[in-house]
Design a protein around this ligand. Structure first.
Ligand code: SAM
Length: 351
């Protein structure tokens, strides 16, 4: 990340106080989503409400979801300003169909997802997302379930290697998991800076390195602890079922694994699948999305200069056709085969 007024995470700290979350690719999101007076939009990742605020200003109604209870609490002020237009719900975007149904909002004209963490989550040391600030090794967006410390202290070394290697795209994963396994035998991990220091001791750090050596390990643990890839695949299918014909699905990602999932989904859904005319399900293989823009959209140079976090952002969107939603098919994503969070043995460290 560049220097001037930004941290390693690229959030705005120029005012010296806590970071505010700057919405990424907001203009492009609005162009792709096309919200307008009376339309029904689901913002599956409310965060600091950056997208939601801009969508509300167009006169659209928004059902905003976030799995982080702190984001929902912070959002109450905005909900108070738009009592007739905004509903704010604490939940997972993978459950958007149930949430919209329970709130009487279905079908919908647009779904937007901005995948990842918010600056508020990164900024608060006690949430444990940051390798820059000392805090408990937590990283749970929902503030419940197994934490990053549980994973680091209890996952088998071979599973840690795969988690860090695949979800962090870290080439030195086996050296890092080896160092973690050696260290936790004498003292389990409980603090972020402690883990960051162990990773840094393995990888070293050269003056002028653009990113901290622990970046990829922390990213991997965050994605694993929050089951982020599974959440995304279920949300894409949910949005397909929820959107009305002509409705728009807009997804912003910051990580190549997540972008690949979105890309594969739209590639699959925008193709008429070649099925035998003898099979009765032929009608179900009709394309469910059309793509106005086949490729990926990225932030402008101006935005990247103002908000370095936008450098890795990728936006893809599709427009729902009238065809029936297809059955869920996770095979199209080529998801990595990793140990499941629920299968970790929490009773003791295993190496
Ligand atoms: C990058 S921020 C969104 C920022 C927002 N677009 C804005 O402009 O302020 C991502 C948010 O999504 C939330 N989130 C991540 N995964 C989620 C999931 N599976 N379900 C619901 N919310 C999720 C996080 O808690 C975080 O607040």
């Amino acid at each position: 990340m560049t220097g001037r007024g930004t941290s390693d995470h690229g959030k705005d700290v120029s005012a010296g106080g806590p970071a505010r979350h700057i919405p990424v690719m907001l203009n492009e999101v609005l162009l792709a989503l096309q919200p307008g007076r009376g339309s029904a939009i689901v913002d599956g990742t409310f965060g600091a409400g950056g997208y939601t605020s801009a969508i509300l200003e167009t006169g659209a109604n928004v059902l905003a979801i976030d799995r982080d209870p702190a984001a929902i609490t912070e959002g109450q002020a905005l909900a108070g300003q738009y009592p007739d237009q905004l509903k704010l719900v604490c939940g997972r975007f993978s459950e958007m169909e149930t949430i919209t149904r329970e709130n009487g909002v279905s079908p919908v004209d647009g779904v937007v997802l901005d995948i990842g963490v918010s600056s508020m989550q990164l900024d608060q040391a006690e949430r444990g997302f940051s390798f820059m600030k000392d805090g408990p090794l937590d990283m749970r967006m929902e503030q419940e379930g197994p934490s990053a410390a549980d994973v680091v202290n209890h996952a088998r070394q071979s599973d840690l290697t795969r988690i860090i290697g695949i979800l962090g795209e870290e080439r030195q994963a086996s050296r890092i998991s080896g160092a973690i396994a050696r260290r936790r035998r004498s003292e389990p991990f409980s603090r972020t800076l402690d883990l960051a220091a162990v990773v840094e001791a393995v990888l070293g750090r050269k003056a002028g390195d653009r990113i901290h050596p622990a970046t990829r390990t922390f990213q991997a643990l965050r994605i694993f602890v929050n089951r982020e890839l599974e959440e995304l695949t279920h949300a894409l299918h949910g949005a397909e079922r929820l959107l009305a014909a002509g409705g728009r699905l807009v997804v912003v990602t910051f990580h190549s694994l997540e972008d690949r999932i979105v890309k594969r989904f739209f590639a699959d859904r925008s193709k008429q699948a070649a099925v035998s005319r003898h099979l009765p399900q032929a009608a179900e293989r009709a394309k469910t999305f059309t793509l106005e823009k086949r490729g990926v959209m990225t932030a402008t140079e101006v935005e990247i200069e103002q908000n370095p976090r936008s450098r890795s952002a990728k936006l893809r969107y599709g427009i729902r056709t009238e065809s029936r939603a297809r059955d869920e098919d996770l095979s199209i994503f080529g998801l990595p085969n990793l140990v499941k969070l629920d299968d970790l043995d929490m009773r003791g460290a295993v190496s």
